[in-house]
Design a protein around this ligand. Sequence first.
Ligand code: ATP
Ligand code: MG
Length: 263
Amino acid sequence: MSLLSLRHVSRRFGALVALNDISLDIEAGELRALIGPNGAGKTTLFNLISGFFPPSDGEILFGGERIAATDPVTLVRKGIIRTFQITEIFLDLTVYENLRVAVETAMGISLRPWVSRAVRSAVDLRVQELLELVRIGGRAGRVAGELSHGDQRVVEVGMALAHAPRLLLLDEPTAGMGDEETHHMTNLIRQLNRERGITILFVEHDMNIVFGVAERITVLDNGALLAEGTAAEIAANPRVQAAYLGQGGAQARVTGSHADAAS
Ligand SMILES: Nc1ncnc2c1ncn2[C@@H]1O[C@H](COP(=O)(O)OP(=O)(O)OP(=O)(O)O)[C@@H](O)[C@H]1O
Ligand SMILES: [Mg+2]
């Protein structure tokens, strides 16, 4: 049984068909990239899987259970955690406080005015673990709004990890980052998958990252599933080449042959 299955999933916004009859499976332990030109439907797919919108048609199964009409909070409890295309953290809180909020929410104690010392130290321990895991412990006391974009993204991933994801959805985790920040984030993604066994689906426009990190790749174009396969299969797929060529002669982005392929 796949961890995640989409069966004939469509999503319409009025007359616009954002996703059309998508069927796909993601196995537990996979590290999968979701690619496609702007407006292909990648974020919409994340919104459906994470319960922000219901599909117009079709069924979504998580661990064999039907989840298509389930709200995001319930899905977080089931282990489907996503980050957003635009970073969502508390800019006026410190890194530590951001992670503490996430840990408290995950533990179901965020609204309690008083918690025992034992619970307090369990929270602190978990925050420390997360700081080390995403390697941002050196900035724990810094106000998040003063961090670089890349560090803010890392904090956001740390907050997602507080919820013990079984499926982690990352929407353009390296967008707008410099080389060093990108390197840190891609290493983190690999580490979370390999060492923590977290199944990851990430949206990425930079083909060097896609082909350097993903084991399998799913390609959307104009709301339809264009191709799916290993990195080698996708790079050689003429339909994928054509979809990217149609975006303005960006074939190099598909082959990953140019160092300046970042968008
Ligand atoms: N809430 C919404 N209401 C109306 N239309 C929407 C909504 N969300 C997405 N769309 C439309 O659905 C289509 C797919 O959008 P989506 O954001 O999923 O694309 P994307 O692949 O994530 O693109 P990008 O690479 O630019 O982030 C677009 O035409 C978009 O305008
Ligand atoms: Mg998007």
